[in-house]
Ligand binder design. Sequence first.
Ligand SMILES: Cc1ncc(COP(=O)(O)O)c(C=O)c1O
Length: 456
Amino acid sequence: MTAAHNVIELIGNTPIIELPQIDTGPCRLFVKLENQNPGGSIKDRIGLSMIEAAERDGRLKPGGTIVEATAGNTGLGLALVASQKGYRLIIVIPDKMSQEKIFNLKAMGAEILLTRSDVGKGHPDYYQDKAAAIVKDTPGAIYINQFENPANPLAHETGTGPEIWAQMGHDVDAMVCGVGSGGTITGLSRFFEKVNPDTEMVLADPKGSILADYIDTGELKTEVGSWLVEGIGEDFIPPICDLSRVKRAITVDDAESFQTAREVLEKTGILAGTSSGTLIAAAIRYCREQTEPKRVVTFVCDSGNKYLSKAFNDYWMFDQGLLKRKTYGDLRDLISRPFEEGGTVTARPSDTLMTVYSRMKLNDVSQLPVMEDDQIVGIVHESDILLSVYEDQEKFGEPASIAMSKGLETVDASANIQELMPIFDHGHVAIVKNGDRFSGLITRIDLLNYLRRSAA
Ligand SMILES: Cc1ncc(COP(=O)(O)O)c(C=O)c1O
C-alpha cells in the first residue's frame, strides 16, 4: 500500500464483511462498508462521478459553480470533491433539516441556502425549484441534480458493481438495495445484467414510501406516508431510477430499521446508519425465507455516528414510541427520564450555579431537580439562575440551594393525568412521587410525547 495524495483517491474500494453473528437461516449475508468512504457515505462515489462527468462534457469549467438541492449525504460527497477540485458549491436545503448537517456542510466549504420546507414542487421556494433558479441566475453554474444525472447510476455500474463482483469471487445470488435517487439499484441492475443476470435485485423500502407497492402491483399509490429513516424511500420514481430488474420488494418500518441498526452494532461492532438498518432488516428477512443457501449482499450506506442522538439514544427512541419499556399504567409512564433508572439529570444543593448551568446546557434541559439523599428538596429553573446572576456574575459560584424553588408541585404516580394541566398552567413541572419515593419529572413536552404515542 502506498500513500494517497488526495482524499478523492480514497473514494470507493470499500471493504466487504460477512455477518455470521446474525441469524440468516440457510444464507450468508455480506455488507459492503460504504461508511468507510472519506466523506462517510456511499454518495462520495456519485459526488465524484457527477463532477467528473460535468468536467468531461465541458459544462463545468475551472472555478465553476455547482448547485445541488439536498440536505443529505450527496451534499457531503459533492462538498468533498468540490473543495479538492476548487469549485464553488451552493447547497439548497429545506429549513427543517438538522443543524448538524448544516454545520457539517458549511465546515466543508459549501454555501448553504435555506429555503422553506412547507411548500411543494412547483413553488418558487421549493428547494429543487430554488436550486434550478439559482443556476439560471449564476453565470457558470450547473445544477448537478442527482435524480436526473446519468453519471449517478454509472458510478455504481462501473465502480460499486465490479468491486462487489470481485470481492465476492464472482458469486452473488442477491443484492438488497434501497432507493433514494435510484442510482445504486439502477447501476447495479445494469452491471449484474451483464455479468450474471441470475443475481436477484431486491428493494428494501421504508414503510410509507411508494416504491415497494409499485414493485408489487405496478401501480403508483397516491397516498404517501412519512418515515424517519433518512436517505431512502420516495414519493415519486426519480427519472434515473430503473426498477425493471427488481422483482422483489421488502417493506421495513421505522421501528424495525432502528432496532436493526442497534442490533448490528451490538452483535457485529459495525456502527451503521438508520437506512442501513432498513437494508439489513430486509436482507435478513430475505435470507430467512430462502429454502436454499444463497449469498446475499447489502450495504452499510453511512455511519451511525450521524444518528447517535436519535437511533442510539434510548430516550429519543422511547419518545418516538420506537422502543418499548416497562409500563406501570400510571403517571410514571409519562416520565421520559426515570429517576429509578438513573435517567434523571439532577443537582445537589451544594453544586454551584455554574455547575447547574453547565449541566442544563449539556443535557439540553431547562430545569434540574435538586436532590438530597434520594429526596427532592427543590428545583432550579434557568430563570432562577438568571435572576441570581443577572446583576452579579460572582453568584455563579454560589450553591444551587440559594436559587432553587422550594414550592414544589408534587403529584402521586397514581393521580389522574388531568392533574398535570393546572401545574403546567402555573408554569411549573410536575414532580412525580410513588409513595414517598421520587420517580422523576413530567414537563409539557413529556405530556405531548405521551399523547402522540397514545394517538399512534
Ligand atoms: C443513506 C442512504 N443514502 C442513499 C442510499 C441509496 O441512494 P440512491 O438510490 O440515491 O443511490 C442509501 C441506500 O440504501 C442510503 O442508505
